[in-house]
Design a protein around this ligand. Sequence first.
Ligand code: GAP
Length: 513
Amino acid sequence: MAQPEDAFKAVISHAKEYGFIFQSSEIYDGLSAVYDYGQNGVMLKNNLKSYWWRSMVQLQENIVGLDSAIFMHPSVWKASGHVDAFNDPLIDNKDSKKRYRADVLVEDHVEKLKQKADKEVAKAAKRFGESFDAEMYRSTNPRVMGYLSKAKDVMDQFVACLEAEDLEGVKQVIIDAGIKCPVSGSDKWTDVRQFNLMFGTKMGSVAEGAVDLYLRPETAQGIFVNFLNVQKTGRMKIPFGIAQIGKAFRNEIVARQFIFRMREFEQMEMQFFVKPGTEMEWYNHWKQVRLQWHLAMGLSEDNYRFHDHDKMAHYANAAADIEFQFPFGFKELEGIHSRTDFDLKSHEEHSGKKLRVFDPETKENYVPYVVETSVGLDRLFLSVLSESLVEEPLEKGGNRTLLKLPYALAPTQAAILPLLKKDGLPELARQLMKDLTFDYQMAYDEKDAIGKRYRRHDAIGTPLCFTVDHQSLEDGTVTMRDRDSMSQERIPSSDLGLHIKQQCGMESLLKKL
Ligand code: GAP
């Protein structure tokens, strides 16, 4: 089995080789943590957006969409708390001169301790065989307990220091835990400093008259400041939601792991406005709905788990992540936050405008509470891509590279392949293709032997290939080849659209929700 690092490298090189993702400005040696989506990447990304939008807006009577501007009034970010609190604690190693996020250093250290404990348990499981009780071993074996309690202590101390904004304490936790620089191996650390993650820019023609702006670090604030516009013009009644897909920008310090942590990325966020006191009910509702949304794609269930937060963001009273098992381990894919009335109240204070709704029962105006679901589109892309890429052994020997994307999300839904480049086969193939392109994303491919063409489409995840041969000219049938099973059957060419719709239509995913 491939090592996780090798599997991850394979995903990155596949993404480039097959036109999914390119490094931004590559001909100038690239721009760090910024990526472009190629011809297949943009299609997969658009399909993911469509799956999210249709499930969150089209299928929900009480959720509407929005597309707010990236530039916003600078006071928005003061009110949201991002100017004062959207910081990462940074630390430098004096020997390697490398800069790290203190929380990432500590989290990685804690993860290693947990992995050591897991290894001990796995070793014992081998030794004791079937009668082995892993839970019992975890809670009684001194070595395992030692690793786990060390992990917990380090994390508890770290969270306590962060909450108390005690940066000296954070440094001390790193030193006491014996955390070393992964590059130099030394523990000579600088003091910890806070670094604001927002990108600044200016609006205006002359430097003196220019206004300082930020590129938005989340799309959510565009929803909050439009809350009353949408509520009034849409005559929305609580509970209701506003959904938005858009770019966000963060000056990430440790930008790494490909498109997992980028400086320019896309979010798909939904703010659900509820009556105060009902927020925990809705929070639990959306946790389950969002997990089900991921599971409906049909990737392995074992790759998803919830992580409930101990330390909340400045705006939340409950928060959980849906984590996904990326090739480099379980990491946050989506956040579900109960944001209280923090944002709307704060915008009321800073703007002087009331952001309230009328309660017909109590005959009073109130500021709604908010439950948010927020998933990074690029992280979602990485989760689907990394889970779908497999090397599959073939019965006749050798392997095929297969991108087992959910059929409804594939960049190309079906390919039309004339068996030969002569005898009128290309003409018939083109004719079939012409009718289908109005409704489906099709590809026409006549170069190379048919087997090679199937492999090319396996590698980009095309679910169906239709081969036009001499029999097609006689009886109007074509061969339909299924990507995953590689099975082939002859079908009337008049049914191609029907097969594509049934097997690759987005409805197949949406109906599972
Ligand atoms: N409005 C809430 C919010 O922005 P967040 O947990 O900071 O919460 C939400 O971000 C999601 O956005 C994350 O779960 C992740 O999927 C994605 N995300 C955050 N920072 C990212 C980055 N630098 N690169 C790619 N995706 C990112």
